[in-house]
Structure formats: C-alpha cells, structure tokens
Ligand binder design. Structure first.
Ligand code: UTP
Length: 274
C-alpha cells in the first residue's frame, strides 16, 4: 500500500502574479476549495494517510489551512454556517500533515529529494503536483488508479496523457513499449523536448508513484534543463532497468498552474456542482 504522499509546493506561481505575491498559488480556490485540498482529497481516497508538503517562504497559509482555526470554529459553532467546515475538519482529523522547506527553487527533483525526511526511504510513496487538478468521471481518482498498478508491477508509475505535438515542449515526454491497454513500459523520457525531438506525444502530468531508490538517483542527478534538478532524469535511470510504468489515466486533468487551465477547471467544477 502507498501510505504517504508528497506535495511539492515551493514554486512561486509567477503566472498568477500579483495574486500570488502574498498568497501561495496552491491556496487559489476552485469554487470554495483551495487547489491543494483537491490534491489531498485525491491522496486520501487512494489510501494515503501522511501528507507531506515541501513548501517555501510565504507558504504558511498551507499549514494554517490544514489546522484547526479555533476562533472561527468558536464563532460559527451552532450556527447555520457550521457545515461549511465539516469537510475540511474531517480531512484534518483523518490525515497526518507534515512539512519541510525547499530553501532554493532548484527543480522538482530537488523538491522531492527535500521530501525524503517526510516520506522516509523504506517504502514507495506518491507525489501530487496539486496545480494539476485531476477529476475522475468513473468514481476513481487518478492516484487510486495508479496505486492499483503499483500493487501489480511494484515499480515507479507516472501518469501520462496525449497532448498536441505543438505542446510537447511544456512536458516530460515518454517513449516505451505498450504492454497493456493504456499501460507502457517506459524506455526513455525527455524533459520539455522540441516538437522535432519528441519521440511521442505522451506527456507526464503531475502524478507519480516513486520507489525509494529514487532518492539515491536524484542525489546523483546533475542540474539539467534550465539549471534545475529534473525528476525525469532520475526516472530515466529507473526506466533503463525497466522499472517505470506509464499509465494513460482515466479522467480529466486541468493545468491550474496556467490562468487558462484554472478558468477551465473553475467552469467545469461549477457546472458539476449544479
Ligand atoms: P511550475 O513549473 O508550475 O512552477 O512547478 P511554479 O513556480 O509553481 O509556477 P510558475 O511557472 O512560476 O507560474 C510545478 C510544480 O513543482 C513545484 C511547484 O510548486 C509546482 O507544484 N516545484 C517546482 C517545487 O516545489 N520546487 C521547484 O524547485 C520547482
């Protein structure tokens, strides 16, 4: 079972400035819930109990969100508004929340490495990039679908989706052998390739299950594209040993790190809530 989930959340969210000047982008709401809460709910549904956040300066609001606000509780206790807090209260009571900081933005690989103290080195763990908001249409979250694959293949699992050729340079792109419906044994990954370099249009999105040997591999990874330590470089080492599965997940994904994706997600959720 996968019991721990890491949430790298140290990014500045520059695409949402000035909104993210004093507020973490993970706290931007889709309807009434901050983006990060959707991610935590998905992890909980997949069976995770420990939620580990890799944050940075200016991200205190994340810790406050997953904690009790006594003043507020006291204020609305017994009123018609009390039910607004029921969902988050249940979430807080059913999970353990832990935090560490990435002092410098040195890439996703580095952020995950910083999370080692939160998830430990003995078991596989999940990673959710909360700004990739995933919704499922068949009642099973994306991470939950991936956990099933991990239980079968016992190796790292990345979620993928087909993107347009012109957009491949925004993603890590995989190539590999199709071994089952929607499942690939990854042979290679390239971080943000140009349309001519990309071997496929199968793009990695912000959901991973990683086996703990990834930490040693990240340690040996040199800064790559944009001077950042890329998780795809470490995953490539696992892929060489046939230890990475890519899974074309069932459901929808919104890139809430971009204004366009954020608005799309908001509209979609609003329609669903009616
Ligand atoms: P993004 O590429 O979306 O970067 O990171 P960002 O800084 O959050 O947003 P923009 O581009 O400035 O608008 C993808 C995810 O990886 C995390 C981010 O927090 C986000 O969830 N990340 C990235 C880190 O935690 N640390 C890093 O060094 C890099």
């Amino acid at each position: 079972m996968i019991k721990k989930c890491l949430f790298p959340a140290a990014g500045y969210g520059t695409r949402f400035l000035p909104a993210t000047k004093a507020m973490p982008k993970e706290m931007l709401p889709i309807l009434t819930k901050p983006i990060i809460q959707y991610g935590v709910e998905e992890a909980k549904e997949a069976g995770c109990e420990v939620m580990g956040f890799v944050t940075g300066r200016g991200k205190r609001a994340l810790e406050d969100h997953f904690d009790i606000s006594y003043e507020l509780e006291h204020q609305i206790k017994g009123t018609s508004k009390e039910h607004y807090l029921t969902e988050i209260r249940e979430l807080i009571n059913s999970c353990i929340f832990t935090y560490t900081r990435q002092n410098e933005m040195r890439g996703l690989g580095d952020a995950i490495y910083k999370g080692k103290s939160l998830v430990g080195e003995s078991d596989a763990f999940a990673v959710i990039l909360a700004d990739d908001l995933c919704v499922n249409e068949n009642g099973e979250g994306v991470l939950s679908q991936m956990v099933k694959l991990y239980n079968k293949y016992r190796c790292s699992v990345v979620a993928i989706m087909e993107v347009e050729k012109k957009d491949v340079d925004k993603y890590g792109i995989i190539s590999g052998k199709k071994i089952d419906e929607d499942i690939y044994m990854v042979e290679k990954m390239i971080e943000k390739p140009g349309p001519d370099e990309a071997p496929t249009n199968l793009a990695i999105i912000g959901r991973y299950i990683l086996t703990p040997d990834i930490f040693e591999l990240i340690k040996d990874t040199k800064p790559g594209k944009n001077g950042e330590i890329q998780i795809t470089d470490a995953l490539n080492e696992q892929a060489k040993k046939g230890m990475v599965i890519a899974y074309k997940f069932k459901g929808k994904r919104f890139d809430c790190g971009s204004v366009e994706g954020f608005v799309e997600a908001t509209n979609y959720m609003y329609e669903m809530s009616k």
